[in-house]
Design a protein around this ligand. Structure first.
Ligand code: SF4
Length: 366
């Protein structure tokens, strides 16, 4: 079995070391690129949401490097993600690829299939093996996310923000050459040390922006056009409302009640949206309220074109923005999104946040 999975932010780094440690051959997905998206767009339905198109491109690239098994998390929520694995399997079969899918559906969908998939995937003979592998995966994901978050914080305060990019890019490149958890953990520690040595500006109070919206678009830098870096270079402190760590904490570690932070967000969303609308639509609304109440200057909603839950959330965010007098901007992303226009909108939004801070008049550009 040669396993691959979609490129999903920094998860490929943790995923590669995790499977290597378990003795399973892994083909980490190559970084998503224009070529990945073009291939995915060519073979997917035109109106399907953006993540599926990029994933199809990821899978074709990994299959061409030898992968024969695709790992995917499942969903039962009222959005297209619940059909992703079936759609993707059909598309790949139509292209002539004979590929095995392992879908980790939510526990609520039935424990039997999930158990057998987890045992197969974790190379486990018993529950102790599963717990041991799970703990390792959790450590790796948490540390990979810590580095992403640390680099975002350092970039906002750094005297030379491009120094942070150099450290992070070197880390990504070297991670591809490491083998197993120990080598990767050492590299991660070394990267953290380097990031902590970056020279920071004195008495600097950066603009703070929360990134909210569809999970894949928040986490995958190719899809969101490296929004964290772009804002960081403008001296903006970015916090993501969803990360792999937050997802695991909520859906796996704290099952069945959910994590405390996410439950708080549901509560905050409730006056505006009482029910599940699929994807992370409810979290988007709750996160906007959360950031408005937490002293952030504004939020940016990332919405992949045709994403039903985020369209619902977008219509509600106008009211949240008015109620809290809180700037919110929505960025819609698809394969046609151009970098120049995207950058102009980011700059205009950051300008608006500075104006608001200075007590000048501002008008939302949601
Ligand atoms: S959340 Fe939106 S973009 Fe993601 S799978 Fe569902 S509909 Fe598509």
């Amino acid at each position: 079995m040669k396993v691959t999975f979609p490129h999903f932010g920094n998860v490929y780094i943790a995923g590669k070391a995790f499977f290597e440690e378990l003795g399973i051959e892994v083909i980490p997905p190559p970084k998503s690129s224009r070529k990945t998206l073009e291939m995915g767009t060519k073979y997917s339905q035109e109106t399907i949401c953006l993540p599926l198109k990029v994933m199809i491109g990821n899978f074709i690239e990994s299959i061409e490097k030898g992968a024969d098994t695709i790992l995917l998390t499942g969903s039962c929520g009222p959005c297209r993600y619940g059909f992703y694995s079936i759609l993707e399997k059909n598309i790949l079969e139509d292209l002539g690829y004979d590929i095995n899918f392992i879908v980790l559906d939510p526990i609520s969908e039935g424990i039997k299939v999930l158990k057998s998939n987890v045992y197969k995937l974790f190379n486990a003979q018993n529950i102790r093996d599963v717990v041991k592998a799970g703990k390792l995966g959790w450590q790796l994901i948490k540390k990979a996310d810590y580095i992403t978050d640390l680099s975002n914080r350092k970039r906002a305060y750094a005297v030379n923000s491009y120094e942070v990019d150099l450290i992070v890019d070197r880390y990504y490149k070297t991670a591809e050459k490491t083998f197993g958890a120990k080598e990767l953990m050492d590299l991660m520690d070394d990267t953290i040390n380097k990031l902590n040595k970056v020279k920071l500006k004195d008495k600097f109070n950066p603009i703070k922006i929360g990134l909210i919206g569809e999970i894949y678009t928040i986490i995958e830098p190719f899809v969101n056009m490296e929004i964290e870096r772009k804002l960081g270079h403008m001296g903006v402190l970015v916090e993501k409302s969803l990360t792999p760590t937050i997802w695991v904490e909520h859906h796996i570690k704290s099952y069945p009640f959910g994590s405390k932070t996410e439950r708080i967000k549901y509560k905050k969303a409730k006056p505006y949206l009482k029910t599940l609308v699929g994807g992370h639509g409810r979290e988007t609304v709750g996160s906007a309220v959360y950031y408005a109440e937490s002293g952030f200057d504004g939020v940016i909603q990332l919405l992949p074109l045709n994403c039903m839950p985020e369209i619902v959330a977008k219509s509600i965010l106008t009211t949240v923005s008015e109620d809290y007098q809180f700037p919110i901007m929505t960025l819609i992303l698809d394969e046609m999104t151009g970098e120049a226009g995207y950058m102009t909108r980011l700059e205009a939004f950051v300008d608006l946040l500075y104006r608001k801070r200075e007590g000048k008049q501002w008008k939302n550009i949601i």
